[in-house]
Every structure is written in structure tokens, then in C-alpha cells.
Unconditional design. Sequence first.
Length: 393
Amino acid sequence: MIVTLRGAGLTVGGVALLATGFTYGYPELAVLGATAVIAQLHAFAHAALRPRLSVTRSVDPDRVARGEGSTVTLTVRNTGRFGAATLVAHDRCGRPGQHGATVPVPLLRLRPGHDTDVSYPVPTDRRGVVDVGPLQVTRRDPLGLVSVSRSHGDTARIWVYPKSHLIQAVPAGISRSLDGRLDRVPHGAITFDTLREYVIGDELRHVHWRTSAKVGELMVREHLDTSLPQLVVLLDDRAGSWADLDAAGSTSFESACEAAASIVSAATREDLPVTLHLVSGPAAGGGRIRGAARGLLDLLAEAEPATGDEELLVTATSRLRQHRPGDTLIYLTGTAGLADLALVSGLRGPFPSVAVGVLGPRLAEEPQPAGVLLLRAEDGEDFAAVWDGVTRW
């Protein structure tokens, strides 16, 4: 509960008039002072009454690409039986950790049993996560002497994905030959991958009867199309890799996120398995992209340059070397991360195909990584053009 400037002035003046009237025998001043004090007490009682409000929130849609529209709709209902609610409301709408980002919601004279719908657009000009809610309702007395704010309703979250550029070229898959060599698969090949439990719809010709007899339930062979590449995208989210990073963010890092989103979108169209890893540790994806696209893009929306050093990249490359989640690695970094490309080039053994995407303004002298494909681009759109220009992976 907050006493407004008007309320504070009225209280001080009322007490002064009341004291002067009693001290010097002026009943008129005493009456004026008592009236002011009573008005202030009435304001406290009025503001202390808690309005009975029901607040429901909907977001359509809750996941959008940067620049696309998203709308929050609030339905506020006065569930009280007596008295209209004169309210001033503000809905929080900002990024996690950000303060002061609110949207005004007009709720003046909301009668009992009635509701009102209020909609407002969500700012989607920047990639990231936007938290909305709860609704802060401020109640004031008719004279504006006291105000009190309370939270109503739940919260929601909107993921703003990076802009995706259309890319066409997708690298070919890798197949291991019987003599130990690594060959590209020109026309596709179906090879055994693993055994799993039988589910309704599986073909009986894929049942592995010997294993089924041992475990006591039907087991089927699952095959893998080796002509389809298994993509692994490693995004460098170390703050030191982005030379233009400041309090407002990094344009080059945003371009790298656009490049990653473009690769994910291309894999979605081709129904390719893909995984996304951040150098700082978080990862998403695996398996067919249609079941994991939301998790991949959510991770891209949440990614922010984090304080770290070369040790983070050492840990990330060691993890990829041990687990080998795919056959084609695409590493995205900034111009300040060129000095660490030797760590990524060392993955040329576990990953038959390694591509390095460097985003940011071109430098006078840039090292050329050995044994890997270099995709040099200034922004996300330029990266899409460079990617489509690759003739062989």
C-alpha cells in the first residue's frame, strides 16, 4: 500500500490544522483537520478492500519467428457481487531479468459479474524469450490518496525464433565400407541399426525371431537409411568469440543463430535427423527432426553469449568426439573465435564431414582451417548463399 503525494500532503495538513485548532481554540480549523484525517482513513479502508478478479490469459501464437506477430489476450472478470471496480492495470511484458517493461491495460469501472477482453501485441523485433504476466492491478480510492497493487492471473512465455533463410543444399550421408573406408552414399542404402520392441503396425518380416525367443517378446529390426546425413550443429555461445558483443547484444551472434535456424529448417523439410549443441553445454534434438524441431528452435531462442573461455570448447569437442551423435558437423562461430578452430578441425576423424561457419565482418587476415570446409559469411542471408554454393561436402 502506497500513500500518494496528495494523500501525504492531506495527512500532514490535516494533522497540522487539527493540532492548531485544539491548541489555539479555533474549532473551524479543528473540523477541517479532522475531516482531512477521516478522509485519509477512509482512503486506507477503501484501498484495503481486495477486488475479486478472475484473469485468464491466452497467447496466439506462443512461438514465432523474429518480426512475426504474436498477440496476448486478457480476459478480466469482476467476480464480486457488489460495487464496480475502478482499476488501473499493467501487464508485465519483457525478457527474463528485465524490469520496467509493462503494458497498460484499461479496466475502468468493471461492474460485478462482467468481464472485459484486452489484447495487445508482443514485441518480436528481437530474438529471445518474452515473459508476460502476471497482471498488476492497482486500486485507488476516489480521491487518489492511497494506491495498492496486487498480482492477478498466471504467466505465459513467448519464444521468438531467429529469422530463417531458405537453403537448398543438404550434404550427402556417410557409409562405412567393409574394408574400413568412409564412402559417401550416392543412391542410398538401408543398413541395420538396432533392435526394439514390436509395436502395432510393424511388418512381421522385420521380426528377429531368435532374439524374440530369448527375451520372451517380439523384437523387430530397425534399419537406417545411410544416404540421409545425421547433422550436428555446434553453436559457439562463448562471449569471447563475438567481437561486436556489447550491452545491446551481438549482431554477429544473431547472424549465427539465423544460420543455425536455416539449417534446422532445411532439415525439417527433408525430414533429416539433426542435433543442436551449444558450446556452453545445453543440447536439443536427436532422431527425426519433426519430433524435435520445437526443442531445437526453443534452444536457439534462449541462447545468449555466455562468459567462458577455451575450456568450454575443449569440453564440447571432447563430448562430441566420445558420443559422435552424427556424421556431419557444422560449427558456427564469430571472427574472434577463429583462433580456436584447431580444436574443431581435430574432429575430422570422428566426423567424416566438418564445416565451419564464421559469421561477422571480414578481416584483413583470417586463418584458413585445414581439413574442414570453411563457410565465410557476414550475416545470415550471406550464409544461406554460401551454403547453397557448396558443390561437395
